[in-house]
Every structure is written in structure tokens, then in C-alpha cells.
Design a protein around this ligand. Structure first.
Ligand SMILES: Cc1ncc(COP(=O)(O)O)c(C=O)c1O
Length: 455
């Protein structure tokens, strides 16, 4: 008689194998404690070589493929009219369906050019939630950046899909007031948890922007992850490919802004793409001043080649399945060891709710930063505080973001992160808050010096 045996579950498998390796340096707990003191309790001050698993950001930190490196070797570095530009232009046109393509050195350069051309002092730019550099460029143009997130985002614990949507009632109310020539929809909605925007939501945004005469641009930094979340979470889109879903969403927009450092799978690069030739002419004119000749836009030919190839690879279903599965696995793992996380898990990062995890540390003593420091000391994991240290008293929440670089870490790295988090969870009631001892005028989280508060 054969005994019933339970088979182990099939683990998440990376849809790639590794040919070039980058050694990681092991450090001891004591060394990390010293390094943190030397960095004045600011994780941005730690040398990357002293970090074991670096989850500070998913921006520009991904690994390139053999095909991307091969494309780099084929690059044409001509100043004007290089073949690499035309290959890049074709890739962007294929993905977005937009004929006018303007390369920029990264996403914020695209934002700067767009805002300087389209946005006038006293106007308002509406969006689901503007990313902080987008907001800064809108404000630099003398305008107001207005966030209209879906009310579903207020409860971070529900699994409601598409929390990246804009509040359509609020959008119509704001458009009716006038003086709002531009709506920017950010997909996924990075600032609030990497949640997806539903195509149906964008469709209504299109109708409203047409009705009230505003332009609609997509901040497409994570367009492929957005498409994958739509495919996974909406039965209506389950039989469409990520490329088809992404294209449906691009087709609704007048243009898009892209930070290639996310879903173009490169370490540097960005672009603007749009339909209207006259607007494109104006954007190019400013782009020449700011970025360079329109066929290189602040990038070398090899960067354009890598982006062209990355834009095609990022839409592969196997890659996107693995990507979403890893994010969800990490979210479930952190929750299983006692850390509540923002739900649903999005496409690029997991956010621990530090206010809920460490109720004994008030927001004024930076609970999320205290937790981020503890993860570093315990296991060399670097994360980032998104809360009171970053935004001051305006912060609605204190979160620790664990952003996953694309194609860099393996499943065992993720298991390691969960195991370290479990050890921190055991002593979380004993973690102490921090105080700022020195801070710059702006963007204090990058360089502030902190110290633990004596109990
Ligand atoms: C949604 C979004 N838009 C724009 C940007 C800015 O892009 P970049 O860092 O390439 O300037 C980012 C960067 O994190 C982002 O997440």
C-alpha cells in the first residue's frame, strides 16, 4: 500500500538564470550598529557595499538582460539621427501607439519640460496622486498640484483592487471649477502603495477631460505592472495580454511621461510620448535646452538601445507573473511574522504600517524610521521611511517601504528578509524612537542626522 504524501508547493521561480554575479558583503550585527551610528542613523548615509539586501528603491536598480547588453554593443552614438534613436522611437511607438517620442535623461526631466510648457501660474493640475517630483515641477511652474485619490485608499487593510483610481466625483467637481488644463494619472499609484489604476476609471477620466477641455497624460513609470495587476484582478481583462491592456490605457491619453528606471528595465532614462505634433514641437524646443538634441535627449545611444529592449521585455507575462507573485509573497510573509502591511500588495513594493506595528512610538519620534533602522542592524536590509521624517507633520501615515529592484534578488533573498523581519518583530516593543539633531532646509530625510531617544 502506498502512503499518501503531500507534495511541497511549487515555489516562485525566477524566469531567468544568472550568468554574471555581483558578490554581496556579509557584515556582522556589531559592524552594522557601528555603521549606523557613523551614518547618524540615516540609512541614506550607509555605503551600498555595507548593505546585504537593498530595498531602498526600485528606481534604476534593476538588472539588465543579455539582450539588453547585446543591444548596448550595437549602439550608434551619433550626435544627430543615430540609429539607436530610431530603434528606441519604434519601441515606444509600438508600446504606446503615440507617434511623437522625446527622450529625456530620466522621468523628472520629462515632468519638468511638460510642466514648463503646459502649466501656467495659478492653474491647477489634477491627478490620482502626484509623485513628489511631479508635484515639485507643477509647483515650480506656479501651479497647484491637486491629489484626488479614490476614497478606498483610506482603509489600507482592505483587499479592494484598483485603489490607484482617481475619485471621479471629485475630479468632475474640480474640472467644473475651471483653470485645470491638465490631468496626470499615475499608474501604478506609487505614492499610495503601488496600487493599479483600472482601465474603466481611466476611460471616465478621458470622457471628463474631453468634456471640460483638459489634456490627459499618463505617468507610465510602472505601466506594465499596472497592466499585470489589471489582468490579475479584473475578470474582464483576464484574457488580454499585458501589452494589450497597456495599449488600451495609452490609447485613452493625449500623452505620457515615463521614468525608464522602472518599467523600461534600465538604470537611467526616460521619455515623453504624445500625439499632437505642435505640442511635441514646443516640448522638443525646450528639451534641446535642457536635455540635448531631440534624438538623444540627455542619453547615450546605448541607453536608448537598453530602453528599447527593456520596454519589450517588461511586458512578458512570465516576468510579470513572477514580479507580482514576489511582491505578494513578501507582503504575506511580513504579515505572518506580525507586521501589518498596506493591502492589496501592489506591483513594486510592500509597505509596513509602522504606526500600527509600533504604537509605543509616536509619529513625532519616527516609528517607521526606527523600524527601518532595526531591519538594517538585524540583517543588513535597507528600506526607506515614508512618513513623518519624509513629509513632516503633513504625513498621513508612517510606513516602511520595501521596494523590490527588478530581476535582482532571488526567492531566498526574499525568505531572508522575512526571517530577519521575524526577529525584529520579536523585540519590536523594545525599539526606541528617534529625534532629529541636524536637518537641511529641504528634503530632510536624505541627509538629516538623527539619534535614538533615551528611554
Ligand atoms: C510615479 C513616478 N513618477 C515619476 C518619477 C520620477 O522619475 P525619475 O526618478 O526617473 O526622475 C518616479 C520616481 O520614482 C515615480 O515613481
Amino acid at each position: 500500500m502506498t502512503l499518501p504524501r503531500s507534495l511541497p508547493p511549487i515555489p516562485i521561480i525566477e524566469p531567468f538564470r544568472i550568468r554574471t554575479v555581483e558578490p554581496l558583503t556579509m557584515t556582522t550585527r556589531e559592524e552594522r550598529s557601528m555603521l549606523l551610528i557613523e551614518a547618524h542613523w540615516n540609512l541614506f548615509g550607509i555605503h551600498a557595499s555595507r548593505v546585504l539586501v537593498d530595498l531602498l528603491t526600485d528606481s534604476g536598480t534593476g538588472a539588465m538582460s543579455t539582450e539588453q547588453w547585446a543591444a548596448i554593443m550595437r549602439a550608434d552614438e551619433s550626435y544627430a539621427g543615430g540609429e539607436s534613436f530610431y530603434r528606441f522611437e519604434r519601441a515606444v511607438q509600438d508600446v504606446t501607439g503615440m507617434p511623437e517620442v522625446i527622450p529625456t535623461h530620466q522621468g523628472r526631466a520629462a515632468e519638468s519640460i511638460l510642466c514648463r510648457v503646459l502649466v501656467k501660474p495659478g492653474e491647477r493640475v489634477l491627478g490620482n496622486t502626484h509623485f513628489d517630483t511631479t508635484r515639485a515641477h507643477i509647483e515650480a511652474a506656479g501651479a497647484e498640484a491637486v491629489d484626488l485619490p479614490d476614497p478606498a485608499t483610506e482603509d489600507t487593510r482592505t483587499e479592494t483592487p484598483f485603489k490607484g483610481n482617481i475619485d471621479l466625483v471629485a475630479l468632475e467637481r474640480e474640472l467644473k471649477k475651471g483653470n485645470a488644463p491638465l490631468v496626470i494619472m499615475t499608474a501604478t499609484n506609487n505614492a499610495l502603495g503601488g496600487h493599479a489604476v483600472a482601465p474603466e476609471n481611466l476611460q471616465v477620466v478621458r470622457e471628463l477631460t474631453t468634456k471640460y477641455g483638459a489634456l490627459l497624460f499618463l505617468d507610465a513609470a510602472r505601466f506594465a505592472e499596472n497592466a499585470a495587476l489589471v489582468r490579475r484582478d479584473s475578470p474582464r481583462w483576464g484574457d488580454k495580454t499585458p501589452a494589450e491592456i497597456a495599449r488600451f490605457m495609452f490609447d485613452l491619453c493625449d500623452g505620457c511621461l515615463m521614468s525608464g528606471k522602472k518599467d523600461a528595465l534600465v538604470n537611467m532614462g526616460g521619455f515623453l510620448a504624445l500625439r499632437e505634433p505642435e505640442l511635441a514641437r514646443q516640448l522638443r524646443e525646450l528639451g534641446v535646452l535642457q536635455e540635448g538634441f531631440p534624438t538623444y535627449g540627455g542619453l547615450s545611444g546605448r541607453d536608448l538601445e537598453a530602453m528599447a529592449q527593456g520596454l519589450r521585455e517588461v511586458l512578458q507575462q512570465d516576468y510579470l507573473d513572477y514580479r507580482l507573485a514576489t511582491v505578494r509573497y513578501l507582503a504575506d510573509g511580513l504579515e505572518s511574522v506580525g507586521f501589518p502591511v498596506v493591502r492589496p500588495a501592489g506591483g513594486h513594493a510592500v509597505f509596513i504600517d509602522a504606526r500600527a506595528s509600533l504604537p509605543h512610538i509616536p509619529p513625532s519620534q519616527f516609528p517607521a524610521h526606527a523600524l527601518a533602522c532595526a531591519l538594517y542592524v538585524e540583517g543588513g536590509i535597507r528600506t526607506v521611511e515614508i512618513g513623518t521624517l519624509m513629509f513632516g507633520e503633513a504625513a498621513h501615515a508612517d510606513l516602511v517601504r520595501l521596494a523590490l529592484p527588478r530581476r535582482v534578488y532571488t526567492q531566498s533573498h526574499i525568505d531572508y528578509v522575512i526571517a530577519i523581519a521575524a526577529r525584529v518583530a520579536e523585540r519590536k516593543d523594545r525599539l526606541r524612537g528617534l529625534k532629529i539633531v541636524q536637518e537641511p532646509e529641504r528634503l530632510r530625510h536624505f541627509s538629516a542626522r538623527l539619534a535614538p531617544i533615551d528611554s
